[in-house]
Design a binder for this molecule. Structure first.
Ligand code: HEM
Length: 162
């Protein structure tokens, strides 16, 4: 499948150098370090280690919100975070044990990969292996690839039965 083979894109550093974005992160109370370096730009380092797995009993809406800018910026770090259905999973350690291989998780780091995920996994995989990796929820992290419709016979998968 094409999207499985695509390499990583170079991360945009625009967000990281944008002062407005920096203020936004502060407002969200995230663990970051901001330093003004004598220019009109602010830079910050994100303390990715401070985002910890969340208790299993929390519903998605109870998970801490991680700003989309922080999730996207993970591409420039050594952490492997992915987003499925607006939930952020830290797969850094899990990736090496992933039955589908490490590469596929690396290729989606800092991105939404919801439909790709659901093509290969079911809710039971998510409960057993995904739940321990949840570190938060996020908003506005998009999927790079458009989902291709699937067909069962002549019927489009997901269409109403009637
Ligand atoms: C939260 C992150 C993920 C978890 C917990 C996870 C978990 C798993 C598990 C438990 C399996 C084995 C399934 C089985 O035994 O039938 C598996 C296989 C697989 N996963 Fe993931 N996965 C994750 C992310 C991803 C992502 C982002 C992709 C990319 C599409 C992916 C692609 C695959 C593939 C291709 C397989 C092999 C399927 C097969 O051999 O039939 N996984 N994964």
């Amino acid at each position: 499948m094409g999207w499985l083979k695509l390499g990583r894109t170079v991360p945009s550093t625009q967000d990281i150098h944008d002062q407005t974005a920096a203020r936004h992160h502060l407002k969200d109370n995230c663990a970051i370090h901001i330093e003004i370096l004598g220019t009109d730009k602010a830079t910050f380092e994100i303390d990715y280690e401070s985002y910890r797995p969340q208790p299993y009993h929390l519903s998605t809406s109870q998970l801490p919100l991680i700003s989309g800018d922080i999730v996207r910026a993970v591409k420039g770090s050594d952490r492997l975070w992915i987003v499925v259905d607006n939930v952020v999973f830290d797969c850094t350690e899990f990736a090496s044990e992933h039955p589908g291989g490490r590469t596929v998780i690396e290729s989606f780091t800092g991105e939404d990969c919801s439909w790709q995920f659901w093509r290969f996994h079911n809710k039971s995989h998510m409960r057993k292996d995904g739940l321990p990796l949840r570190i938060g929820r996020t908003e506005g992290v998009v999927n790079r690839f458009k989902e291709r419709p699937r067909f069962h016979g002549l019927r489009r998968h997901g269409d109403d039965e009637a």
